[in-house]
Ligand binder design. Sequence first.
Ligand SMILES: [Zn+2]
Length: 257
Amino acid sequence: MHSDTNIYPIIALVFLALFIIAKLGLLRNLDVMFLSREKKWTLKKFFGKHFHYYNQLSEKDRSKFIIRAYKLAKYIKIEGRQEFIVTDAVKLFVVAAHVQLTLGFDQYILPKFRTILIYPDAYKNKMTGKMHYGEINPRGVIVLSWKKLVKGHKIPDDKINLGLHEIAHALMHTIIHSNDHEIGLDPYLRDIVRLSRKEMEKIKNDDLHFFRKYAGTNIYEFFAITVEYFFEVPSEFKTELPILYQYMVKLLKQDLA
Ligand SMILES: [Zn+2]
């Protein structure tokens, strides 16, 4: 038998396979497709009330924001500690900083960081014996003080935002230690680290540096604080440290200034 008579069933099979793959992709988003108009309205009202960042977005990005927040609130395991009660509203509040930091990405999930523990306020870290407000650990757990998290979002321009700070640590850890993230971020992070080291030297010798002193602690804290300033005072950041600002725009694919 001549071989090219058999090509049509193969083409048909390829199309069938593509159809099934597309269907499966749709199924994964089924819960979002069935988000009712009322639910979307409730989510928009919730984020509009509590998040300055959300209110700065275009209508299109607001829709993207609420859908991602809704998905992440289901995807990430969020647990209370010291009798802190985790409600649906708490979950949405907790994932907001994650959605904000990664809104410019196509791949916005940080696969390793799937657990968040919430304490009512500062808690004692067993390793250090010190009181903490938040931390991430390399096993993929993020820990947050609820009181400090809320305060961080409530005052949008004091350059302190616990949620953004900790999720920035998680993003940096993900870029450095895995390949399972938005593609193309590594060279931008390398440039940011190179520039940051120069700024860290300046911070040590200058009490009036644009960034708070804690940024000089190490490169990880410097990056987390860079993220806080990037979102809370973008115009000042752009004026004071224009090159670093531009690299942050490239990394995060957002520009609020
Ligand atoms: Zn930190």
